[in-house]
Design a protein around this ligand. Sequence first.
Ligand code: FAS
Ligand code: PHB
Length: 391
Amino acid sequence: MRTQVAIVGAGPSGLLLGQLLHRAGIDNVIVERQGADYVLGRIRAGILEQVTVNLMDEAGVGARLHREGVVHHAIDLAFDGRRHPIDVHGLTGGKVVTAYGQTELTHDLMDARRDENLPTVYEAQDVAVSGFDGTRPQVQYRKDGQLHTIDCDFIAGCDGFHGVCRASVPRDAIREYEKVYPFGWLGLLADVPPVSPHAIVYANSERGFALCSMRSLVRSRYYVQVPLADKVEDWGDDRFWDELRRRIDPELAERVVTGPSIEKSIAPLRSFVAEPLRFGRLFLAGDAGHIVPPTGAKGLNLAASDVKYLSTALIEHYRERSDTGIDHYSDRALRRIWKAERFSWWLTSLLHRFPEQSVFDQRIQEAELDYVVHSRAASTALAENYVGLPL
Ligand code: FAS
Ligand code: PHB
């Protein structure tokens, strides 16, 4: 098989890139190691920056997002038994975020790809990439016992943190920066109305971090910080709901509507960046190139901005025979990635209880929370990062 761009991974990065390239008349094939249902079954992000919403519109798949997404103008920081609103909309001259699950976004992209009958190989085994340091890159995979080879001009590594593309880059050609946090997030999804439908609540309590979010007005997403040693089977639904309510203020706790979990999982928290993001004719985009702790709701949105930069560069290559965008892809993407890494690290440090935290560290954290919610300058800095810095 031959194509112009071979995309490894059918998560949000790969699907969005495939859709944007197709709409620009650039042939592409997506090779995914899991089945479509498995990809859709992973419950992940829930908050979209305007950049991501705009990109879904550019890809021609934004209709349901506009119908069902819930626009948020503010967030609440909760500590010392009180909630403090941060007027994100007012502080950023009218910018907002939209609550719309990654599962739904992925569904919309998968449906569009299927409707346009675009080549997508699911359940591909032993995916391998080669030749990207020359002019004849290839992607190989096994399917139904047969070995298949895709000859292409470029390979887009959209295969996430554990993918094969970054792992295929010679070790001396790549630098990796990582910080692992000493706790995880236990997330619960339930078909109950969200306790705070128009403002995500970020709570810093002496028992640890908690987050009250949503997927729609009838489906809620909650998280509590847990020790790394915890297992999801340690946490029955009742224990989760009790712990959540103990970490938020009593008035809000009273209003939490509980119900059976439809998904429950523990995600580790890490910050990670690979540099550069281009190796000859191989590009890394999304979680394949970087990971942020989910506190700042940046993971999916960073994947979208990588895809915006990469799709623009590839379209410029084919349409204008110019490689300026390709040559600058890595530097441009990394500038935005590192700023989002900083914000995600900062918000994680501000809102979580660290096992080794000294009493001095605790007082500093309390002083910073007090400063952020009472200083317009500090609230504005939080707000402009939360809605997403300009591309
Ligand atoms: P993905 O990991 O989503 O997709 C990569 C795809 O490549 C997968 O489908 C995988 O099966 C496939 N693949 C892997 N190896 C392959 C191979 N060798 N061959 C072929 N295919 C291969 N972000 C937020 O903003 N908010 C959140 O609350 C949040 N929560 C998260 C919770 C968890 C548990 C995780 C892991 C991430 C979370 N994220 C969150 C971040 C997440 O949303 C990612 O940013 C987003 O999925 C990035 O999309 P992709 O880059 O497409 O990577
Ligand atoms: C979510 O709804 O999954 C979510 C919301 C806000 C965050 C992280 C995750 O900061």
